[in-house]
Design a protein around this ligand. Structure first.
Ligand SMILES: Cc1ncc(COP(=O)(O)O)c(C=O)c1O
Length: 450
């Protein structure tokens, strides 16, 4: 490693950071993380904190998962790369597909299409949804519906179905034919409805209305996160996703579950769809599939869709889509080891228990800190605090003030993530109760600093 002075002097000088203003990165140089153990990260000054961000929703098993590191090292020796484009495969992807098929069997998903990350998985889902309808002779089904507040990555397709202006405006015009309905967000919604069950019904009615307006025969798919994550951790009422499933099925619209953050245990269930008792047609996965140790993802495909593609005799089902790193053997080896560890550790059980402790602790913080307008969570280890200047008017908190909360929480022992007015918590699923308390007391210090 270069010496500390070099790193600090050059920090953000010759690189641009994702999701940041380049001038802001220069004015407020990012924390330089140089090491990690268990659920803790260490910076270049040796300061060590609990990582309440979990990498970026992906390091579910923490930073010391030796089995995955070994699998990556061994695979680099055996076969560091080969493509799986038409005509070639590798041992790791074949084995992984069988394991994924078993894992996702309760979700009704039986085929995998490999990708290099979440945005790729979303792009693949959007494309295959259109192709599915074309194979079946419904070429007019090309539009997509999604939720406001949803996050689906940053490719043009994903950005077009994204429901947050921050990821759209600078890059418009986006894909035509993408339409959004209100999210089941009890704290702020156009219906001024705070009852979760009633709000879910209103959002479902809005979906029905939009389908009627667009014409059901023009819509390829509805894409949603089972629990909205990056948009501020917004868990819907339990009636919402089953309601979406029923409406989609009735209108011949495919349901794409974007489970880039919720697959593999985060919600306290193995998948977010299973959490709500829903079987989607397509499911986007990535992130925790390799514990974040290797960029990799998989779009999981239902048996029904698979049959339509596999039985096609017209040639329309030839897949003109794929990435150089689709089915990377090192990523697949990492995913195999990760899946086995994830199952052995039964992470949803701990995610549910620690998530309940974290959520209760956050509600406690709300009672002590006026700036906490809303606390969201209660479904595994994904929680958010929404900060406001004034509880009654719900005015968004000043950017500099929320930045101070993050800084002070970091000094007090926890890395938390700020997104707009939200502090988002998505720690590793192997967290202990002591780690939960460390996050809560760091946040207490952070909130107390403004
Ligand atoms: C629900 C969801 N979909 C898609 C993505 C995009 O994934 P990636 O950043 O790996 O491209 C994310 C990333 O956070 C996500 O949360």
């Amino acid at each position: 490693m270069k010496d500390v002075n070099f790193l600090k002097e050059k920090n953000a000088r010759s690189l641009w950071h994702p999701m940041a203003h380049p001038a802001d990165s220069l004015a407020h140089p990012p924390t330089i993380v140089t090491g990690a153990t268990g659920v803790r990260i260490r910076d270049v000054d040796g300061h060590e904190v609990v990582d309440a961000v979990g990498g970026l929703w992906n390091v579910n098993l923490g930073y010391s998962c030796q089995a995955i590191k070994d699998a990556i090292a061994q695979q680099l020796d055996a076969l560091p790369y080969y493509s799986i484009f038409r005509g070639t495969s590798n041992d790791q992807v074949i084995q992984l597909a069988e394991e994924l098929r078993d894992f996702f069997e309760p979700d009704g998903l039986s085929r995998a299409f490999y990708t290099s990350g979440g945005s790729d998985s979303v792009e693949t889902a959007l494309r295959l949804a259109r192709q599915y309808h074309k194979i079946r002779g419904e070429a007019g089904r090309v539009k997509y519906l999604s939720l406001k507040k949803g996050y689906h990555g940053t490719h043009f397709g994903g950005a077009s179905v994204n429901g947050n202006a921050n990821f759209r405006t600078a890059y418009e015009p986006l894909l035509a034919g993408c339409h959004h309905i209100p999210a089941p967000y009890t704290y702020r919604n156009p219906f001024d409805e705070s009852d979760p069950g009633k709000l879910a019904q209103l959002c479902l009615s809005a979906l029905e209305d939009e389908i009627a307006f667009q014409g059901p025969g023009s819509i390829a798919a509805f894409i949603m996160e089972p629990i909205l994550g990056a948009g501020g951790v917004i868990p819907p009422d339990k009636s919402f996703m089953p309601g979406v499933r029923e409406i989609c099925s009735r209108h011949g619209i495919l349901l794409i579950a974007d489970e880039v953050i919720t697959a593999f245990g985060r919600t306290g269930s193995w998948t977010g769809s299973r959490h709500w008792g829903v079987q989607p047609d397509l499911m986007c996965t990535a992130k925790a599939i390799t514990n974040g140790y290797f960029p990799f993802g998989a779009l999981m495909i239902s048996e029904e869709i698979a049959q339509v593609f596999e039985r096609d005799e017209t040639g329309k089902a030839a897949i003109g889509h794929g990435y150089t790193y689709s089915g990377h053997p090192v990523g697949a080896a990492a995913a195999l080891a990760c899946l086995s560890e994830t199952l052995a550790l039964d992470v949803p059980t701990n995610a549910a228990a620690r998530g309940a402790e974290l959520h209760a602790g956050l509600l406690d913080l709300q009672s002590q800190h006026e700036v906490v307008g809303d606390v969201r969570g209660g479904h595994g280890l994904m929680c958010a605090l929404e900060l406001v200047e004034d509880r009654r008017a719900k005015t968004a908190v000043d950017k500099a003030r929320i930045g101070k909360v993050q800084e002070a929480a970091y000094a007090a022992g926890a890395m938390v993530r700020v997104s707009g007015s939200n502090i988002i918590l998505s720690p590793p699923l192997v967290l202990t109760s002591r780690d939960v308390q460390a996050i809560l007391s760091a946040l207490d210090a952070g909130l107390g600093a403004i």
